[in-house]
Ligand binder design. Structure first.
Ligand SMILES: [Zn+2]
Length: 237
């Protein structure tokens, strides 16, 4: 049964056709039970699935520990439940790094994504988070367009921080050069919008919004294409 389900399929993330499973593109751990029934799943090899599972947890802790997400019911309930439990049991990788590196700091730090505002801040695994956001977009892309983004595209992921986050949506959706599709929403944890070039749909721009408050942008660019980001948008890098 399992075999025929994945016949002719490949892992959406690495292209392998061996040991395929299903991956929840927007991690299931960002939702609470009962889970929404419209979760997006894609074929994924065992190797990628277990690597992504680690980053899924990391992302959950990153998002729910952020004061920005605390007006969201799901984020609040995860924080007081699963996340607190993981911290108590010393199983939150993010919290361990945070405890090790925390120092008074600005909201944004060089080359990294920062955990908290107005309090202690620490650099987190920015590289891991960028990979996680790229994976999410890779999965959403496959779900929407039915083919896999190969290694000939690059992903540029960035968080939009307050206070820019406030202005961000009005700026971006009034940018006339982009034709937006969306939002696609899953529960109250996740929404996303997407705009792509008609001559090459791989060339696309994604806005992921977690818990109504934490926007992340991802540019997908085929390496064979030259492009310029619209000047009107000032995004954090
Ligand atoms: Zn894989």
């Amino acid at each position: 049964m399992e075999k025929s389900k994945f016949e002719g399929k490949n892992c959406v993330y690495c292209g392998s056709s061996i040991e395929l499973t299903r991956d929840h593109v927007v991690p299931r751990c960002l939702f609470k039970d009962p889970y929404p029934n419209d979760m997006v799943t894609v074929p994924c090899c065992k190797g990628c699935n277990s690597k992504k599972a680690v980053l899924d947890q990391y992302l959950r802790d990153y998002l729910t520990l952020d004061p920005a997400s605390q007006e969201n019911e799901t984020a609040k309930s995860l924080l007081s439940g699963k996340v607190q439990r993981a911290i108590r049991r010393n199983k939150s990788q993010l919290f361990k790094e945070f405890a090790r590196n925390a120092r008074p700091a600005d909201m944004k730090s060089k080359g990294g994504i920062v955990v908290a505002t107005n309090m202690l801040a620490a650099q987190i695994d920015g590289e891991g988070m960028r990979r996680e956001f790229s994976w999410i977009v890779q999965g959403l892309f496959y779900h929407k367009f039915g083919f896999r983004l190969d290694s000939d595209v690059t992903f540029e992921a960035a968080r939009v921080f307050p206070p820019e986050a406030k202005r961000f949506f009005s700026d971006i959706f009034s940018a006339t050069s982009l034709c937006w599709n969306g939002p696609h929403a899953i529960g109250d944890s996740f929404r996303c919008w997407e705009a792509h070039a008609s001559e090459d749909i791989r060339f696309s721009y994604w806005v992921l919004l977690f818990y109504d408050r934490i926007p992340v942008t991802v540019w997908v660019s085929p390496m064979t294409m030259n492009y310029q980001e619209p000047n009107a948008l000032s995004l954090d890098s």
